[in-house]
Ligand binder design. Structure first.
Ligand code: SF4
Length: 430
């Protein structure tokens, strides 16, 4: 049995890649609790922005340090965005690692690991097998992106859009629900583009429709919807699907002022409020999540005030906000009008203050209501208490619902009364 210690950095898409690499090792592996006790140490890196690059390098160096005095060193494998972005030069800088594998070659990685260990590749069923699973799972529907946002490195790192075939995704969804997964979260770089490269214009709606027919699935959630791709035609198609499709729309808007959106290379002719209006027209009770950037080059006080007004008016349920980072190799890094870090941070804090009010007001409305809660896990410190989520809480990025009471167990959906609302979280009693 090969003992593997894996460390996945960055986004859920990376986590899916890590799971697929492990699944490719078949039944030949088990999980190691620490790098020192493993035969293989797998580090799946992120390199989306400079701090992510630094975190990836620190992780590799600290693992290499921990392994350096062992008489039997495990195979140290580095894969992911860092390798795709910086290429073969990494091998010279990090001689401690045994294998560097870019994203484009990850499908061959299980074979290369087994080869390095002197083992043969096990028979593959064609369906990725998963390691540990939970109430929810991410399903990566495509790789890469055909958009060219001025601040983003992803198209260089992950390449152009490459959608996974619909049949393969349905098969994987069936496999996951057989394992007990109740919520599937579709992830990609731009989910509205799913299927375009396969010549399927109804791509995302057709996929969501098929997945919603999978036995045992209780929630289907789609993340990363590009604003202009979420047009009337797609919304109309999605509105016909019904449960378990969740009316939750994760639309990264990045800014609300047309001057800044234009500089970003994002859709700027349409007011972001129009995008939200469209969603709410087709899904009156929709929950919306968005992300914003503060301190983008050229963002003056008037642009920021427009952004803040938008946050006040739009009252989205969930919002993430990040200060702009001039990422090496992007057009935005060399734009004039770079905004000092302290102003970026202050603007970020002001947006979050507004959002805290929005979230608190939104959650208040649920106190005393009976809601279905998908239970994820026992609370790490309080016996009898569990964490779960109502339909408008996406895993790992939104708030959670604390729940206790008879019949509460991971993987189960429990009808419970919301007893208290906090700024971002809920409490419930079954
Ligand atoms: S849509 Fe997203 S992944 Fe694609 S270029 Fe823009 S920010 Fe990057």
């Amino acid at each position: 049995m090969i003992k593997v210690y894996s460390h996945s950095l960055g986004c859920p898409k990376n986590l899916v890649d890590t799971e697929n690499i492990l699944a490719g090792l078949g039944d030949a592996f088990s999980f190691a609790a620490d790098p020192e006790g493993a035969h293989v140490v797998l580090i799946n890196t992120c390199a989306f922005i400079r701090p992510a690059v630094e975190e990836s390098l620190e992780t590799i160096f600290s693992v290499a340090q921990a392994l350096k005095d062992l008489s039997q060193k495990p195979l140290l494998v580095v894969t992911g965005c860092l390798v795709s972005r910086y290429g073969p030069g990494l091998a010279r800088q990090i001689p401690e690692a045994d294998l560097f594998v870019p994203i484009s070659e990850q499908d061959k990685l299980p074979g290369r690991i087994l080869q390095k260990l002197g083992l043969v590749l096990p028979d593959q069923s064609g369906v990725p097998r998963k390691g540990p699973f939970s109430s929810f799972a991410y399903l990566k529907i495509s790789e890469g992106c055909n958009n060219r946002c001025a601040f983003c490195t992803i198209p260089f790192i992950r390449g152009r859009l490459k959608s996974r075939p619909l049949d393969e995704l349905v098969l994987e969804a069936r496999h996951l629900t057989d394992l007990g997964v109740r919520e599937l979260v579709l992830v990609s770089q731009d989910s509205t583009a799913y299927g375009r490269d396969l010549g399927n214009r109804r791509g995302l709606a057709a996929l969501a429709g098929e997945l919603c027919r999978v036995q045992g699935l209780e929630r289907l959630r789609v993340m990363y919807l590009y604003p202009s791709g979420l047009d009337r035609s797609l919304l109309a198609q999605l509105s016909e699907i019904g449960p378990p499709f969740v009316p939750y729309f994760d639309v990264p808007l990045q800014h609300a002022h047309p001057d800044i959106l234009k500089q970003m290379g994002r859709p700027f002719q349409q007011d972001p409020e129009q995008v939200l209006g469209r969603i709410r027209e087709y899904f009156p009770g929709a929950a919306v999540r968005t992300t914003l950037i503060t301190g983008y080059p050229g963002e003056k006080e008037k642009h920021f005030q427009a952004l803040l007004d938008f946050v006040r008016r739009a009252r989205v349920q969930h919002l993430g906000v990040f200060p702009f980072y001039p990422e090496e190799g992007t057009r935005a890094a060399s734009f004039e009008g770079q905004v000092p870090g302290d102003i970026q941070d202050k603007r970020r804090r002001l947006v979050m203050q507004e959002q805290r009010k929005n979230s608190r007001e939104h959650l208040k409305g649920f106190s005393g209501k009976m809601m279905d809660i998908l239970v994820d896990a026992p609370h790490p410190e309080w016996p009898g208490l569990y964490t779960g989520r109502v339909w408008f809480q996406a895993p790992e990025v939104d708030g959670i619902t604390y729940i206790s009471g008879p019949g509460v167990a991971p993987g189960k959906t429990v009808r419970a009364e919301i007893t208290r609302s906090l700024d971002y979280d809920l409490e419930a009693l079954a």
